[in-house]
Ligand binder design. Structure first.
Ligand SMILES: N[C@@H](CCC(=O)N[C@@H](CS)C(=O)NCC(=O)O)C(=O)O
Length: 126
């Protein structure tokens, strides 16, 4: 199971933190957002929305942080995210900490856009 992500992004580290916490092995592949890594044909074939994180498990592809977290959590019984919808979820709030609560999501997207523009401008200047 491989996670494609951008390490500084809270969306990415949320998934990595959950996987590490519950002991689900996750291969990691860096997608260099400022350099346009999420807009390559190879990455768009995984996630047509061009956003990270994205997960590939065999033939199965998944994107959206919370959907990925739920999928990863479903790989191994764990108290953080029980599969039984009726079971008490004492740590559910922790499991679904919304990235927006940790960082202004639009700030992340804006930073990526600004870095991408700066990279393009410095390429054009050469
Ligand atoms: N709703 C998505 C948002 C993902 C997202 O916005 N990821 C940012 C990184 S913080 C991204 O890949 N941005 C690339 C871009 O906007 O081009 C999720 O929860 O996974």
């Amino acid at each position: 199971m491989k996670l494609y992500g951008f390490p500084p992004s809270p969306n990415t580290w949320q998934v990595r933190a959950l996987a590490a916490h519950i002991g689900v092995p996750l291969e990691f592949e860096m997608v260099d957002l400022p350099k346009g890594g999420s807009r390559t044909p190879a990455f768009l074939a995984i996630n047509p929305s061009g956003r990270t994180p994205a997960l590939v498990d065999g033939d199965f592809k998944l994107w959206e942080t919370l959907a990925i977290m739920q999928y990863v959590a479903g790989k191994k019984p764990n108290p953080l995210w029980p599969n039984d919808a009726k079971s008490p979820r004492p740590d559910y709030g922790l499991a679904v900490v919304e990235p927006g609560a940790l960082e202004p999501r639009c700030l992340c997207a804006a930073a990526v856009r600004a870095l991408r523009k700066a990279n393009a401008q410095s390429r054009d200047a050469r």
